[in-house]
Design a protein around this ligand. Structure first.
Ligand code: CA
Length: 249
């Protein structure tokens, strides 16, 4: 498949620094988005390290039969990122407690492999249906998953905070990565994003921007970021938009 890709990251309206990072290689079908956390510039260090390490390891690693990155290579590289962040945070006092989320996509000819840890998300728009493909690793989502609450709305009403992560890179020696593979179709749109977008912009609003025929893909990415800024821009905002164009010949 041929891909059209637009990436944007912005510090938003309130934060002094941008602790998000985006990267990858559209030619290789690799998309990476990280949302770092930690004092001083530690969040920036963690997210930047995660993106740089994945790019260098995955693009020089052993591709699988259709010349694309294999699931196991992705999982191994993500464990490597976790170790590197953990070690650096133990060696450098200013980096103590730093961490990052990650959501990664690897587009193959017929499918998308995606993996994530934390609350950075992946959505798909297909034939008018806008759907979240990832499940957040947050305290509030885990409480709903195990049945403490029937819905996120009920947990919110009970005062459960939304921004506490249950998994992140840099907190434990092993990180539990969620990985899935899903078929892709021409015309699909995929949106990778940080919580600085989803905290400000509803799913319906995101969908209507993606469906706006007057905008090209870069303009859609710009409009998602600008919309989040107009809604307050309380956090750093990052988006990677991917449109599946058609079969390669
Ligand atoms: Ca964030």
């Amino acid at each position: 498949m041929k891909l059209d890709v637009a990436m944007r990251t912005d510090k938003g309206m309130v934060r002094e620094q941008n602790e998000d990072a985006v990267g990858g290689d559209p030619e290789a079908g690799l998309m990476i988005l990280a949302d770092g956390m930690g004092g001083a510039n530690a969040g920036e260090v963690a997210s930047g390290l995660a993106v740089d390490m994945l790019v260098s390891q995955l693009l020089t690693g052993q591709p699988d039969s259709d010349d694309r990155i294999a699931s196991q290579a992705l999982l191994d590289a993500m464990q490597g990122v976790n170790q590197a962040i953990l070690e650096l945070s133990q060696q450098v006092p200013e980096y103590q407690g730093m961490g990052t989320t990650l959501v990664v996509g690897v587009f193959h000819e017929e499918s998308l492999i995606h993996a994530h840890v934390g609350d950075s998300r992946l959505y798909r728009l297909r034939s008018g249906v806008f759907e979240q493909l990832t499940t957040d690793h947050t305290l509030i989502q885990e409480m709903v998953n195990i049945g403490d609450f029937a819905s996120i709305e009920q947990a919110l009403m009970a005062g459960v905070p939304t921004n506490v992560l249950s998994r992140a890179f840099g907190s434990e020696h092993e990180v539990d990565v969620d990985l899935s593979e899903t078929p892709i179709e021409a015309g699909d749109h995929y949106l990778f994003c940080s919580d600085g977008l989803t905290g400000m912009v509803t799913d319906d609003e995101m969908q209507s921007i993606l469906e706006n025929q007057k905008l090209d893909l870069m303009q859609k990415a710009d409009e998602l970021v600008d919309f989040a800024c107009r809604m307050g821009g309380m956090d750093n905002i990052s988006v990677i938009l991917v449109c599946v164009m058609a079969k390669n010949n």
